[in-house]
Design a binder for this molecule. Structure first.
Ligand SMILES: NC(=O)c1ccc[n+]([C@@H]2O[C@H](COP(=O)([O-])OP(=O)(O)OC[C@H]3O[C@@H](n4cnc5c(N)ncnc54)[C@H](OP(=O)(O)O)[C@@H]3O)[C@@H](O)[C@H]2O)c1
Length: 275
């Protein structure tokens, strides 16, 4: 599929109230697609849908992706309104941050409920319609799911599970002409992820907007353009940015070096990388 073919397509973006999801919905709409913007914050979604052109081309739907019934309702609402689904962007996500020993009962469960089961529920409900349209699912994962990172172990584990699920689905759905793409962003600016994180003692994460960016940081708009391209071209895996790819490759070639660097980060000696 080419960008110019997006004109009559129906695209659902979860986690579209802020950050990468919002920018992705804007980018799809700019390419001519009809969009459904989904997240928990109804006022933000309604104002975004209005900005994007209103109900004939942009629909707001409030949900918690951790609730399977609500994911089914999102899909039913989309099909009732636009008549089908061509692209599902599973982008909604959150971070639990802190050393494992500081996490509280329910933290890891919530991490997986949103980042993994939210994708499972939306994809399961959308699959019959994606088979009809020979559409595509894009899962927004993370470089953390490729290498695992200290103080965000639960987050990395949820994204690693998402990567494995995406790889399996990619093969299983090929005979139906349904694409499955895993996009792994690296550090991204212009997002709310840190502000909305569950942060437990001992975490080097900061809620405030970073004054300095980690090397290789991309903007939410840059990531959004890559997601739109990925939905059209349908590669199995996209790893962002050049620096993210460097870290990922280095981890495969010299994992001891990445372990050493990550220890320097959590022990504070390279903490400026996270600011
Ligand atoms: N920022 C980065 O550096 C980075 C790096 C790698 C991967 N990612 C991934 O990129 C994706 C987007 O995150 P972002 O960086 O753009 O952060 P963000 O600005 O915090 O966006 C997260 C979105 O998910 C929604 N969301 C969170 N929990 C939800 C729930 N239970 N049900 C429905 N929607 C929910 C949020 O909206 P509501 O609060 O309104 O529900 C928001 O729209 C996430 O999957 C994240 O893991 C981000």
């Amino acid at each position: 599929m080419d960008r110019k073919d997006l004109g009559d397509k129906v695209v659902i973006v979860t986690g579209a109230s802020t950050g990468i999801g919002r920018a992705t919905a804007v980018a799809f709409r700019r390419a001519g697609a009809r969009v459904v913007v989904a997240a928990r914050s109804r006022p933000q979604l309604e104002s975004l849908a209005e900005q994007l052109g209103g109900p004939s081309v942009a629909l707001a739907h409030a949900l918690d992706v951790a609730e399977e019934t609500q994911c089914r309702q999102l899909i039913e609402h989309t099909v009732a309104h636009f008549g089908g689904i061509d692209v599902l962007i599973n982008n909604a996500g959150m971070v639990v941050s802190g050393r494992f020993e500081h996490l509280q009962p329910g933290d890891v469960e919530r991490q997986f409920a949103v980042n993994l089961f939210g994708v499972v529920y939306c994809t399961r409900a959308a699959l019959p319609y994606l088979k009809q349209s020979r559409g595509v699912v894009v899962n927004v994962s993370s470089v953390a799911g490729l290498i695992g990172t200290p103080t965000t172990g639960a987050y990395g584990a949820s994204k690693a599970a998402l990567n494995a699920l995406g790889r399996a689905l990619w093969a299983e759905l090929q005979p139906y002409g349904v694409g499955v793409v895993t996009v792994c962003p690296y550090f991204t600016s212009g997002v709310q992820l840190a502000q909305k994180a569950i942060i437990r003692g001992g975490s080097p994460h900061r809620r405030e907007t970073p004054a300095r960016r980690a090397p290789g940081t991309q903007t939410a708009e840059q990531v959004a353009e890559i997601i739109v391209d990925a939905a059209c071209r349908r590669p199995r895996l996209v790893v962002l940015s050049p620096f993210g790819r460097l870290v990922w490759r280095l981890d495969r070639l010299a994992p001891w070096l990445v372990d050493y660097l990550m220890q320097q980060v959590i022990n504070g000696r390279l903490r400026s990388l996270l600011r």
